[in-house]
Design a protein around this ligand. Structure first.
Ligand code: HEC
Ligand code: HEC
Length: 227
């Protein structure tokens, strides 16, 4: 009767389930190890910048990032309200050619660490401008942000970037709240597709490895409205 047919799929499913679980355990273990290495690497000596001096040095940034750190072109990131630690780290990457971008690299090429600390302090003190999520994407986006994708092994964004997308300055997990969806989607595709070679990129490479293009669009839109 249905005995054999019923046992087959059940056996198959049981195997599938344990293989999937092993896979996910591996992913999560890998991620946990990577995060520990990341936190160890981020324990660098920290010098506080001077926001007022940063404001003077920011004249060359206004054209693209806006007078208040909020760019209007959605391919260019909003940097207002981002943590100084994350800003400084990435400004160093641009200056030293480790994060490659033809617009950013030449602008900061001649700057000292002190200049970059001042710029970072200045932009941290600004306020990010509001954005909204696309109503058609918000449900899928929220699911991924809050729960990841257990089937494909995508980790939940909320674990590191927080329920309101404010990140964690001490751990140098960046703030995501109200970022342009297009910039966020470009970043996620770049992480996934291996476009970056700067230090510490492994965490997001692992997080984004199994994200589909549709999931990226949805979660990026959700983040644009998140606060
Ligand atoms: C000609 C346009 C332009 C100017 C001027 C410019 N930027 Fe940018 N900036 C960009 C673009 C484009 C990106 C995104 C690069 C990428 O996708 O990797 C970016 C990225 C950044 C990031 C990374 C943000 C993140 O969330 O990872 C920081 C920080 C930054 N810019 C700071 C500055 C500062 C400080 C100045 C002035 C010294 C400046 N930028 C001037 C175009 C510009
Ligand atoms: C285990 C911690 C962790 C998890 C989980 C995580 N992130 Fe991240 N995320 C980071 C770290 C660390 C960085 C900084 C990486 C770098 O320097 O490029 C980052 C950077 C980013 C950036 C770049 C921000 C910018 O300003 O350029 C985006 C976008 C992002 N994450 C989105 C997500 C999304 C979407 C998810 C869920 C699918 C997620 N992250 C899950 C730790 C995490």
């Amino acid at each position: 009767m249905g005995g054999r047919g019923g046992a087959g799929p059940a056996f198959f499913r049981r195997n599938r389930t344990s293989a999937d679980t092993d896979n996910m355990r591996f992913n999560m273990r890998f991620l946990a190890t990577t995060v520990l290495l990341w936190l160890a690497a981020c324990g660098f000596a920290w010098a506080q910048g001077d926001a007022a001096r940063g404001g003077e040095k920011a004249q060359v940034c206004v054209a693209c990032h806006g007078a208040d750190g909020n760019s209007t072109n959605p391919e260019w990131p909003k940097i207002a309200g981002q943590s100084a630690r994350y800003l400084f780290r990435h400004l160093q990457f641009f200056r030293d050619g480790q994060r490659v971008n033809p617009l950013m690299n030449p602008l900061v090429a001649g700057m000292s660490d002190a200049d970059l600390h001042d710029l970072a302090a200045y932009y941290e003190s600004m306020k990010v401008s509001p954005g909204a999520a696309d109503k058609n994407l918000i449900e899928t986006g929220r699911k991924i942000y809050q729960g990841g994708n257990p089937e494909s092994g995508v980790a939940a964004c909320i674990a590191c970037h927080g329920p309101r997308g404010n990140g964690n300055p001490a751990a140098v997990f960046p703030k995501l709240s109200h970022q342009h969806a297009l910039y966020t989607a470009n970043r996620l595709r770049n992480y996934r597709d291996g476009a970056y070679t700067y230090p510490g990129v492994e965490i997001m490479k692992s997080v984004s490895a199994a994200l589909s293009d549709e999931e990226i669009e949805a979660v990026a839109s959700y983040i644009q409205g998140l606060h």
